[in-house]
Design a protein around this ligand. Structure first.
Ligand code: NAD
Length: 509
């Protein structure tokens, strides 16, 4: 990392000079040097208005109502989205049921595979356009939607295309049958990727789908509907209905749904489970998290610091598996904190469409307010806060990357999911204390371990009650690797062979 020299003003010229050798973490990165703006220029091909996608067609909502989708980077309206009422949800389920019975469940796996493969290729062909649309609608940096979200979404369709004609290998000795129509509701943090995680395994196993995207990020789902049309997917196999919680509840509770798959907050997940208790619907729940990222004194510290930063500041911390609690071995705590502060000073916060931006916009005003509330509670409860003095754009929803040190497990910021770029730092002395603190949470979605010792990694990967444990890395994903939680982070898996099992019924051969 370049050394940071203090900038002062020369009395002779009035221009800035720098005194060498003094770190000045209070300096704003852009005061020292500034990157030229590097805005992404691909055309997202947005429409002013998007209708619902039912039975292979874009249709106006029966209610006649539309709601706005806002660009969180500048608070400007991007498009109008059709609001689905219960009659629209009924129509989507009727189309999905018809498609299930008449075509999709009867089609040989090798034919379904061709559609999935075609969808993946079409998405790849239009990757840049989709990345720009995702960034405009959701606020995430373009480098993330371009390099992670869209390629990963395509990878899920490729991966599941490979399974569609090999389902007899998913559970050898048993026969797999599709469930029927699947109702799916997804959140706003990875709109297209969450869609791919849900739609690809459902289609590969012969189910049909009614999906509701999050109300702040519906655009890429509706653009994706255009890809389904171009791929020639039979009408009704996939249907998209839009709206907020009321529409989501109608999708989850619909009597035709044989299974519901929900990704979102634990609070809403619990409400859905309560409403469906006693029904025969199969369920998978991918809910919240409060992951521990554990750093031991033998870890490669510079790599660990990059991993910690990626773990919590990636996608503004809008990540269910974000490493939002850093557990640091006491002997290295001061060094790690100093390195993190330096690293935060050079993170670039701002326009998500700029290719240099590390931290983009918070997805919505309510989410920004929630982050502010929890950060204020951290200050009030006595944790020590550090924020780099970066300048935030005047318009839009932005929040500085934030570190809290001196945090204990009784602080709200150590217990509640913030879902923002906020890291709470705790310390530990022994391996057992690290395990105890890491597991001292209602959640259990993910964890990270940084150490040189393989035996310690193996011990922790068993002892940590988390669905994913990363070792000497963080936030790595692959379609072949199942993802899902323990405890209040939910149940069921997405991805890999396990994810396919959640979309099927097993019968003896
Ligand atoms: P949220 O629960 O508020 O909303 C998620 C979705 O549910 C949205 O589409 C919303 O419209 C819908 N919804 C709201 N009320 C509903 C109801 N009563 N019935 C049915 N649907 C309803 O969550 P969010 O704020 O959009 O997303 C953030 C949450 O998602 C975080 O808690 C995060 O950890 C979680 N998440 C989990 C995973 C995972 O894989 N475990 C992945 C991504 C996000």
């Amino acid at each position: 990392m370049p050394s940071i020299n203090k900038k002062t003003s020369s009395p002779r010229t009035g221009r800035s000079t720098r005194r060498r050798g003094r770190p000045a973490p209070e300096l704003i990165f852009g005061d020292l040097w500034e990157f030229d703006p590097a805005p992404e220029t691909a055309d997202p091909r947005l429409q002013p208005r998007y209708d619902l996608f039912i039975n292979g067609q874009f249709v106006r909502p029966r209610s006649g109502k539309y709601f706005d989708s806002i660009n969180p980077a500048n608070e400007r309206k991007l498009a109008e989205i059709a609001l689905a009422g219960s009659a629209d949800v009924d129509a989507a389920y009727a189309a999905a049921q018809d498609a299930f019975q008449s075509t999709w469940s009867r089609m040989p796996g090798r034919e379904r595979a061709k559609y999935l493969f075609r969808i993946a290729r079409l998405l790849q062909d239009r990757a840049r356009e989709f990345a720009v649309a995702e960034t405009l609608d959701g606020g995430k940096p373009i480098k993330e939607s371009r390099d992670f979200d869209v390629p990963m979404a395509a990878a899920h369709f490729f991966y599941h295309a490979g399974w569609a004609d090999k389902l007899e290998y998913v559970a050898p000795g048993r026969q797999l049958a599709p469930l029927g129509v699947v109702g799916q509701v997804i959140p706003w943090n990875f709109p297209l990727l969450m869609l791919a995680w849900k739609v690809a395994p459902a289609l590969a196993t012969g189910n049909t789908v009614v999906l509701k995207p999050a109300e702040t990020t519906s655009i890429t789902a509706l653009k994706f509907a255009g890809i389904l049309q171009d791929a020639g997917l039979p009408p009704g196999v996939v249907n998209f209905v839009c709206g907020a919680g009321e529409t989501g509840a109608a999708v989850m509770a619909h009597p035709v749904a044989a299974k519901v798959a929900f990704t979102g907050s634990t609070e809403v997940g619990k409400a859905i489970m309560r409403s469906l208790a006693g029904t025969e619907k199969k369920m998978t729940m991918e809910l919240g998290g409060k992951a521990a990222n554990i750093v031991f004194d033998d870890a490669p510290l510079d790599q660990a610091v990059e991993g910690i930063v990626n773990g919590i500041f990636f996608n503004q911390g809008h990540v269910c598996c974000a490493g939002s609690r850093l557990l640091v071995h006491e002997p290295i705590a001061e060094r790690v904190l100093a390195k993190l502060k330096l690293r935060l000073n050079v993170l670039r916060v701002g326009d998500p469409m700029d290719k240099n931006t590390d931290i983009g916009a918070i997805n919505s005003k309510p989410q920004l307010e929630k982050i502010r509330r929890l950060v204020a509670s951290g200050v009030k409860e006595g944790a020590e806060m550090f924020q780099p003095p970066c300048r935030l754009p005047a318009q839009g929803y932005y929040f500085r990357p934030t570190l809290f040190s001196g945090v204990t497990m009784s602080h709200r910021i150590a217990r509640e999911e913030i879902f923002g770029p906020v890291l709470s730092i705790l310390t530990f002395r022994t391996v057992d204390e690290a395990i105890e603190k890491a597991n001292n949470t209602a959640y259990g979605l993910s964890a990270g371990v940084w150490t040189d010792k393989g035996s310690r990694i193996l011990k922790l990967s068993t002892a940590l009650k988390a669905g994913v444990v990363w070792a000497n890395t963080y936030n790595r994903f692959d379609p072949s690797s199942p993802f899902g939680g323990y405890k209040e982070s939910g149940f069921g898996r997405e991805g890999g062979r396990h994810g396919l099992l959640d979309y099927t019924r097993l019968a003896p051969v």
